[in-house]
Design a protein around this ligand. Structure first.
Ligand SMILES: [Mn+2]
Length: 311
């Protein structure tokens, strides 16, 4: 499969790389890392990364501006995205050929070639494996993006889909490029004081149900009062995912036309519920976007029920 993908990359002069909406460091690391990897090995190819920019993760590289190309002659590679509706900035049908590289549980087929490994820790891990198997030339910049993608999705190698293979590939990457990886953590883990104060607000105001669901609904007013944004709560959620009394955490922030929800679990499977509320993701880490707080309540009810069942 990895060789097959390399063959397609060789064939096309114009390549577009996309990832999921609401990008996280793995989505960005895998897509921008892959772009730089291709350019590093085929300097004449035109490679673009599309999707809306994410100011918070600027250190992972830039998104290309709207580009004028004939997509009918181009190759589309989508990383970290299991379904069409979550692809940001590209329509698979418009391209000559489509490749998917993903580690989410299978949702639907939308590409000609689908490399799916739901045992892999991250899409970035798959790109490292791709580079290794095809003997692509790497450099420190590419390595740093792929490394951060893996670190973010595994929460510093903490989550259970971190395997010997993850460590093996990462170790190979570090050795190969002499990557100064400890200096990269500042980007991912430094927090602003505002976020920490907001985290305090969440701790004091979240509700915890009998069955072990912790949740908070954050209105625009609160978000403004604390001078943060609709993504901040989601960025803090990992800190709440190892608390005795809590099995599932859901942080729901008002964000223009919908409610942006981040959900984490330490047991109950949550992605099926998330997918019913305009979202999806992994079995223990998902996102959802219900239309309003009323729909959010329905989702929270369903989450509470699976916590109860899990007990
Ligand atoms: Mn991912």
């Amino acid at each position: 499969m990895y060789k097959k993908i390399a063959k397609e990359i060789k064939k096309y002069n114009t390549i577009i790389i996309a990832r999921h909406i609401g990008p996280d460091p793995d989505a960005l690391g895998s897509s921008i890392g892959l772009k730089e990897l291709i350019v590093n090995n085929f300097p004449k190819k035109k490679v673009y990364v599309v999707g809306s920019p994410a100011a918070r993760f600027r250190y992972l590289g830039n998104i290309d501006k709207q580009i004028d190309i004939d997509t009918k002659k181009a190759l589309l590679i989508v990383t970290d995205t299991p379904d069409i509706k979550r692809i940001d900035g590209a329509i698979p049908n418009n391209f000559a050929k489509v490749i998917k590289i993903d580690h989410h549980p299978f949702v639907e087929k939308y590409a000609d070639i689908e490399l799916i490994d739901d045992k892999a820790s991250s899409a970035s891990q798959l790109i490292i494996e791709f580079a290794k198997k095809n003997h692509y030339k790497l450099n420190k910049t590419i390595a740093s993006k792929l490394y951060l993608g893996v670190v973010a999705d595994t929460n510093r190698f903490l989550y259970e889909y971190t395997t010997w293979k993850t460590l093996n590939l990462v170790s190979w990457l570090i050795k190969k490029t002499d990557l100064d990886f400890t200096n990269l953590y500042e980007n991912l883990y430094n927090r602003s004081l505002k976020e920490i104060i907001f985290s305090g607000y969440i701790s004091l105001n979240m509700k915890v149900t009998e069955s072990g669901l912790a949740y908070i609904k954050l209105t625009d007013d609160i978000i403004k009062e604390y001078e943060v944004d609709a993504s901040t709560a989601g960025n803090l959620i990992e800190n709440f995912n190892n608390i005795d009394q809590i099995k599932v955490v859901a942080f729901c922030s008002q964000d223009k036309d919908y409610i942006k929800c981040s959900i984490r679990s330490r047991g109950p499977i949550i992605n099926e519920i998330a997918s019913r509320y305009n979202g999806g993701g992994h079995i223990y880490a998902s996102g959802a976007r219900p239309k309003n707080f009323e729909e959010t309540d329905n989702m929270l009810n369903e989450l509470d029920k699976i916590c109860e069942k899990y007990k």
